[in-house]
Design a protein around this ligand. Sequence first.
Ligand SMILES: Cc1cc2nc3c(=O)[nH]c(=O)nc-3n(C[C@H](O)[C@H](O)[C@H](O)COP(=O)(O)O)c2cc1C
Ligand SMILES: Nc1ncnc2c1ncn2[C@@H]1O[C@H](COP(=O)(O)OP(=O)(O)OP(=O)(O)O)[C@@H](O)[C@H]1O
Length: 316
Amino acid sequence: MSGLLQCDGLEAAHLPAKPLHLAIGIFDGLHLGHQSVIEAAIHSARRCGGLAGVLTFSPHPSVLLRPESPTRLLMPPAMKRTVLARLGVDVLIEHPFTPAYSAVSADEFVPHLRNHLPNLAAIYVGENWRFGRGRTGDVALLVAEAQKVGLSVFSAPRLNHNGAAISSSRIRELLTKGEITAVNAMLGYTYFTDGVVERGRQLGRTIGFPTLNVAWEPELPPRFGVYAVEVLAGQNRPVKAVANYGLRPTVAQTSRPLLEVHLLEASPLAYGDKVTVNWLHFLRPESKFGSLDELRKQIEKDRRSALDFFAKSAGS
Ligand SMILES: Cc1cc2nc3c(=O)[nH]c(=O)nc-3n(C[C@H](O)[C@H](O)[C@H](O)COP(=O)(O)O)c2cc1C
Ligand SMILES: Nc1ncnc2c1ncn2[C@@H]1O[C@H](COP(=O)(O)OP(=O)(O)OP(=O)(O)O)[C@@H](O)[C@H]1O
């Protein structure tokens, strides 16, 4: 099967009659641990001519269970779809996490799945996965319940990074601290922003640093600051750049953060172009300068730091 088939809920999952190898979880960020679960499903599906599926839930359960402080997500649904399609997943089922769904008990979970997915052949989760009302079900119960209806269960060992488990929560925390190198190491791909190039106030070019503004409003903003990034548009090769993400306190009074990209190489980018910005390296926190001249001198240093970063990464 080519392309990602999307289903809006289990009820709407009318799938081709092939064995379904289904990975289950929230999968916010699709980090290396998530990928090991999903890749196991893809691998088995390919071996037996079946379908590789992902069952995920939306909104995040915290919206229902902890409405006073819901989890702010690393990736919007569109970004999740992009990465899943890139991984080679055939089917994505986004099931609404409603009060009724949250009330399904751990014992009822497998029959409930089987009922909606008659071709379900195997379930893929991480070894720490919990399910059912109050998260009372664990992998041992899943295996026992699955056996009763002839399904197999694969549970992936927990993947670590620097001695601690990789998890979406850990990545969220590091992103807000600007630790983009660790974020990228745990994601297994480069954290990215998809957006459209917008016109700025054109002040940048008067101080010698024209910037492209990328329209973007993430649920979980990365740390405000200056980053070495690369910009991709269509099939063009990546363009090296340095970006500021933040409120630009030297020149603006706003509460709406902006991603501004200053290109380090010539490029045909124009307003309205769709771009992907890959976040590679944190250079410094955003700060408020006493004058435009001080800001200009600092941006010149940022340019050099970014060029050094690119020169070093080309040599490594
Ligand atoms: C590499 C880089 C670093 C920046 N750092 C800061 C900063 O630390 N503080 C700040 O107030 N603005 C910072 N800015 C934002 C500038 O104030 C902004 O790009 C400039 O005023 C142009 O804005 P405009 O696109 O709306 O014309 C930075 C911009 C770039 C490209
Ligand atoms: N480090 C990991 N190694 C292997 N599997 C993992 C890892 N982290 C999560 N998984 C598995 O991936 C699936 C989706 O996980 P989920 O998104 O619920 O967890 P998470 O990344 O730990 O998120 P959070 O930090 O928000 O709890 C689950 O089956 C889970 O067990």
